[in-house]
Design a protein around this ligand. Sequence first.
Ligand code: DX5
Ligand code: ZN
Length: 221
Amino acid sequence: MDPKPPVLLAPSILAADFARLGEEVAAIDAAGADWIHVDVMDNHFVPNLTIGPMVVKALRPWSAKPFDVHLMVSPADALVEAFAEAGADILSVHPEAGPHLHRTLARIRALGKRAGVVLNPATPLQAVEPVLDMVDLVLVMSVNPGFGGQAFIEGALPRIAALRRMIDRTGRAIALEVDGGIGPETAASVVAAGATVLVAGTAAFRGGREAYAGNLAALRG
Ligand code: DX5
Ligand code: ZN
């Protein structure tokens, strides 16, 4: 059997210093980030307002790593193209953002980008099943979306394990990402349940830039 691939880390810049975002992206890249996670919030689908395509475009020259753009916006379709043009590599959407998940995923793929589906803590796993053949990534929320720094919801663990089985049955290399409340204490159980990509905001960006490499090493366990 092939050895288990190493877990990928996707630090969320939501926890970075917004006054120095370019330097923060470069610093977390140099510290060992695999992907750069960008949380896009619209004060409608979630109660917060963050980053638009112009900011992604401005950040693009600061890292060659994949930009993993988590769209917490409703509707998502109108923004998919703008983020793709701005430099997103992976675009993930929530089924509830609507109105037509299949169409949104097809649009992301037509733009040549990797497509993801995000499942909130109360969203049935079955929401992703009909479209598994067109996704590159499933993102399990282990907090309710909208803010960084929230506590990990333990109920995410059996959901990750169930998705692991669902993904394995497809035989396709679909990334299984987990987002929310991930730190050195929760990372191991999430990986044991079958996650392949960890998002971390607070735990990645705490302690100032000298701490970033150590923060990421602690997450890898
Ligand atoms: C929450 C976001 C997360 C958030 C994670 O809506 O999707 O990516 O930034 O932050 P921490 O790691 O602090 O829970
Ligand atoms: Zn996120």
